[in-house]
Design a protein around this ligand. Sequence first.
Ligand code: A5P
Length: 237
Amino acid sequence: MGRDSTEELKRIVGRAAAERFVTAGMRLGLGSGSTAIWTVRRVGERWRDGSLAGLRVVTTSLQCELEARSLGLPVVTLNDAGMEEGLDLAIDGADEVDRHGRLIKGGGGAMLMEKVVASASRRFVVVVDESKLSDRLGQRSAVPLEVVPAAFQTVRRALVALGAEVSVRQGVSKVGPVVTDLGNLLVDARFHQPFDPPTLEAEINGIPGVLENGLFTGMRPLVLVARAGGGIEELAF
Ligand code: A5P
């Protein structure tokens, strides 16, 4: 690790996205996790200093919503009046980014609404530190899935047939499984063999009982990468 710690890189890149891409009057999607939260905070500062008049934000998780509301940001939903055309921009973190701009997301368990919000947006900006760059998706992270609880065993069998090692994410300060913001299970599917990301994304979502998975392969994001040696690189896909 170079000059800046990973936590500092997250702060730098999260704030940079809020400064470079967010403008007054935008309909803005805000992501979740320890990097995107810095974007939320910087948007909050800019809102309070009056430079983002007319902004409306859509959040992707309870974490993000509580932060946005505590900062006084005007939180709306995709179903509210005035949001029929979707979002101008969404900004979010990622767990892995490959050289084609394909992502694994969902380390924080919010990938269902993150994918809804990103796909509702004309532009998608991803904020990461350089440790998230990956030669091959799946090298660092399992693929997270949000699963209807009653369908867990059915989904597990189908994932094993696809070659995955399957685990149910467990709470840290709570016994038992993690329950998502939407009341479902979080299942982590680890693939030890290389896979074709778009094919796997579609195959997993074809399993009945799977609500969404953390592969984001068709989004063409602009990825901001905070470098440990200093500076932020912009990778366009
Ligand atoms: C939340 O569910 C995720 O998709 C996050 O965006 C992703 O896990 C990256 O999180 P960090 O910025 O905390 O590493």
